[in-house]
Design a protein around this ligand. Structure first.
Ligand SMILES: [Zn+2]
Length: 181
C-alpha cells in the first residue's frame, strides 16, 4: 500500500471522525449495536461496497465486500460499548448518565478506522488495476469476546487469506491472522 491509499484515508478522516463520535455518543453494549452497525454499513454502502447486515446469522454483524478474486484481505472492526462506563468527552472520569454504558477502551474508533483502511485499499487497488478482494467485518461484542466466535460459526473468516485487527492500547502491536493452505 502506498501514497494513493494514505492520501485517500486522510481525505475521509473528517467523515470517519464524525462516525466515531456518533458511536461514542450512542453507546450500545454487546449484540445491541444496532445503530453503530447500521451507520457503519451505510457508510460502506455509499463508498461502493457490497454490504450485508446481520451477516453470518448475527443480527449486528456486518460484512462489506469490494473487489474480486485473490487475495482476500479482511479488516475486523468493532463497535460495542461497556456496561456502566458512561463517560463525557473528558480526561476526567465523568459520566453522562451514571451507570449507563459507555466506550471505555475506544471501540468507537475501531470500526471507523477499519472502514478507513478498506477505503484506502479499494482506492489504491482501483487506481492501479490490482486484483483482490477487500472485506470489512463489523464484529459485535468484542468486549465479551464472543462476537467473532458466533460469526465464525456462521461461516465467517474462512474465506480470508489474511486478516487485520487492532485495539487501542498503550503500545502498538499488530494482530495478524494468516491462513496457509
Ligand atoms: Zn476493548
Amino acid at each position: 500500500m502506498g501514497k494513493i491509499a494514505l492520501e485517500f484515508i486522510d481525505s475521509k478522516s473528517e467523515d470517519l471522525s464524525r462516525l466515531a463520535k456518533k458511536i461514542w455518543e450512542y453507546p450500545e453494549v454487546a449484540y445491541e449495536e444496532v445503530k453503530a452497525s447500521n451507520w457503519t454499513a451505510e457508510f460502506l454502502e455509499k463508498e461502493g461496497f457490497n454490504v450485508e447486515k446481520g451477516a453470518f446469522g448475527v443480527p449486528t454483524a456486518v460484512k462489506a465486500t469490494w473487489g474480486e478474486g485473490k487475495l482476500l484481505i479482511g479488516f475486523l472492526g468493532e463497535y460495542d460499548a461497556l456496561a456502566g462506563m458512561s463517560q463525557k468527552v473528558s480526561t476526567e472520569k465523568e459520566a453522562v448518565v451514571e451507570g449507563e454504558p459507555g466506550h471505555g477502551c475506544g471501540h468507537n474508533l475501531m470500526a471507523p478506522a477499519c472502514v478507513d483502511a478498506v477505503l484506502g485499499m479499494k482506492k489504491e487497488m482501483q487506481e492501479k488495476g490490482l486484483k483482490g478482494t477487500v472485506v470489512f467485518y463489523g464484529c459485535p461484542a468484542e468486549e465479551s469476546l464472543t462476537g467473532k466466535v458466533f460469526m465464525a460459526r456462521g461461516g465467517a473468516f474462512k474465506e480470508l487469506d489474511i486478516a487485520f485487527s487492532w485495539h487501542p492500547i498503550a503500545k502498538s502491536s499488530l494482530t495478524l491472522g494468516l491462513q496457509l493452505d
